[in-house]
Unconditional design. Structure first.
Ligand SMILES: Nc1ncnc2c1ncn2[C@@H]1O[C@H](COP(=O)(O)OP(=O)(O)OP(=O)(O)O)[C@@H](O)[C@H]1O
Length: 308
C-alpha cells in the first residue's frame, strides 16, 4: 500500500511537487499521467527514499519512507526509466547477480530468477542482454524490480519507445503482478499506454494532482467534450483577428504568418468561417486536426473547463 500525504519537493524555491496526496491499495494499478516536467520522477524518487521531501510524507505499507529508508527499500521494487544490465551476461546471470545483492540463499535465488523469467517470457533465452530488443530489456527490468519479492512495484515510464507488441506484453505482466495483491504504480506521459492497464489514473500537472479517477471517468468526460483543434490561415494586412466563441477553450494567434490554432469543445469551423466572412477577411485555410486523447485530457484539465 502507498500513502502520499501533502508531499512537497522544492528545488531552489521552485515546487516540483506541490501538496500531493495519493492513496493506492494492494491489487491496484495506479497510472500517474503527466507531461514532461510535471513531477512524476520527483514523486517516485521520494517514494523510493532516493531523495527527501521538503515537507509531507510517504508511507509504504504504513512505514514512513524518509524515517525508515532501509526497511522501505525491502518492500519496494523500482524500475527506473533506463534500467542498467550487464550486456555480456544472460538474463538469468544478470538477475542472479542483482539477486545476490539481496543476500538470498543460492537455491532460493535460482528458483526466484527462473520464476521471474517465466513471468516475463524470458525463461531459457540463452543470448546475452546486449542482443536484446528494447521490449526484452524492459521485461527483464520488470523481473529485476521484483527480485526482492516487493509488496509495492514502481515503474517509471516503462513503455517509453516500446513497439505495440512490447506494450501489450508489458500490460499482461503488470496485470499479473497486481493479481498477487501487490501495489503497482506506473508513471507515463502517454495516456493510451496506461489507460488500458490502470485501475485508477491520476493526472499530475506542475506538481499538483489535478484529477483522479477511473479510465471510464476520464473517457466519458472527454467524449462529451468532443474536443476539436482547428487551424486557420487568413489573408489580411491587419493583425490576426481574435475569434470569440463560447465553445473556444484556448487559442494561439500568430501574427507573422496570420495563423491561429483554436481548441474548441466541438467542430465550430462553420461559425469561424461566418465570423471571418462578416469581417471581410479572406480565409486561406480552415482545417480540423484530430487531437490525441492525451492532448485532449491535458487541455481539458489544464483549463479546468467543465463539460457543460
Ligand atoms: N535535481 C533537480 N534540480 C532542479 N530542478 C529539478 C531537479 N529535478 C527535477 N527538477 C524540476 O522539477 C520539475 C519536475 O521534474 P520531474 O523530472 O519530476 O518531472 P517528470 O514529470 O518526471 O518529467 P519527465 O517525464 O520529463 O522526467 C521540472 O520542472 C524539473 O525541471
Amino acid at each position: 500500500m502507498i500513502e502520499i500525504k501533502n508531499l512537497v519537493k522544492e528545488y531552489n524555491g521552485v515546487r516540483a511537487v506541490d501538496e500531493l496526496s495519493i492513496n493506492i491499495s494492494g491489487g491496484e494499478i495506479y497510472g500517474l499521467l503527466g507531461p514532461n516536467g510535471a513531477g512524476k520522477s520527483t514523486t517516485i524518487l521520494m517514494l523510493t527514499g532516493l531523495i527527501l521531501p521538503t515537507s509531507g510524507e510517504c508511507r509504504i505499507d504504513g512505514v514512513e519512507v524518509s524515517k525508515n529508508p532501509i526497511a522501505v527499500k525491502k518492500k519496494i521494487g523500482y524500475m527506473p526509466e533506463d534500467v542498467g544490465f550487464y550486456a555480456n551476461l544472460t538474463a538469468f546471470e544478470n538477475l542472479s547477480f542483482f539477486g545476490n545483492l539481496y543476500g538470498l540463499p543460492q537455491k532460493e535465488l535460482e528458483d526466484r530468477c527462473d520464476e521471474l523469467l517465466k513471468q516475463v517470457g524470458l525463461y531459457g533465452v540463452s543470448k546475452t542482454v546486449g542482443g536484446y530488443s528494447k521490449g526484452m530489456r524492459q521485461r527483464l527490468g520488470i523481473a529485476k524490480a521484483q527480485l526482492n519479492d516487493p509488496t509495492v512495484v514502481i515503474l517509471d515510464e516503462p513503455t517509453a519507445n516500446l513497439d505495440p507488441q512490447g506494450v501489450s506484453d508489458y500490460r499482461r505482466i503488470i496485470k499479473n503482478i497486481a493479481k498477487q495483491d501487490k501495489t503497482v504504480l506506473v508513471s507515463s506521459h502517454i495516456l493510451s499506454e496506461i489507460s488500458k492497464v490502470s485501475t485508477k489514473i491520476g493526472i499530475l500537472q506542475k506538481g499538483r494532482l489535478v484529477r483522479e479517477g477511473s479510465w471510464e471517468d476520464f473517457s466519458s468526460g472527454i467524449e462529451m467534450m468532443n474536443l476539436s483543434e482547428i487551424r486557420i490561415n487568413v489573408e489580411t494586412k491587419d493583425p490576426m483577428p481574435e475569434i470569440s466563441h463560447p465553445k473556444i477553450i484556448s487559442a494561439e494567434y500568430k501574427n507573422e504568418n496570420k495563423t491561429a490554432l483554436i481548441t474548441a469543445k466541438s467542430d465550430i469551423r462553420e461559425d469561424i468561417s461566418g465570423f471571418l466572412y462578416d469581417k471581410k477577411i479572406i480565409l486561406k485555410n480552415l482545417s480540423l486536426d484530430s487531437t490525441t486523447l492525451e492532448d485532449a485530457i491535458l487541455t481539458y484539465y489544464n483549463t479546468g473547463v467543465s463539460e457543460s
